[in-house]
Design a protein around this ligand. Sequence first.
Ligand SMILES: [Zn+2]
Length: 250
Amino acid sequence: MYHIDVLIQGFPGRAVCHGGLGWSTIALLRSDTRNILVDVGAFGIRKPLERQLKSVGVAPSDITDVVLTHAHYDHAVNFVLFERATVWIGAEELAWAAAQPPRFDPLPELYVDALEHDPRVRRVRDGDEFLPGITALAAPGHTPGSLIFHLTANEVPVIFTGDSAKNRAELLSRKVDASIDDAVSTASIELIWNLWRKVPGTIVVPGHDLSLRLDEHGAPVYIAERKAGINAWFAETLEQTTTFDMSAPR
Ligand SMILES: [Zn+2]
């Protein structure tokens, strides 16, 4: 049985002129013996993540396990902050990521290299129940070795989809933005749907969106309220800022 907190909400969007925001979901799973982070976010989230951990009374050194859906920078780089944690990542994902030359893509080459050589890293394969009540399933497409995590230790199952299904729109359309293989991505989203429908009440936690459940008609509905925005310095003092609310539409 795990107590689950989404410490950082994922956001389903990209900047108009500045590419992907990298605002990904970070979840904390706590049991009697473990404190697990599912994905750990990008550099920009370090301060909010520190605050969120503090607010639930968990120190970075209390984190026993870091579980990575895939190797992209906005999900993976902060594994270095949790020195005592075992780091779990797909064997196929890490082998693939480590073989890629630097490209104009979201792979953090130096952090992938660090993952490849870090003795704390454990490689996970499709179907492994690698932590109690948490099974990894291969859900490729976004990357070749992307994993989703199916948590069945709780009364209500939870599926952490990473970027195999980044948001509600991808779940509904069965299409993935930024996939390396569209057909493979669609098959992975079908896998998610099959698990989602199997047990009523099952919660899906996407990589870049709020958590969802299915309503009585089988339609995905959000189970949290979005909070996002940007403060910009367009004036001549630091005190005066312009806020762009990115929470709507609800
Ligand atoms: Zn990604």
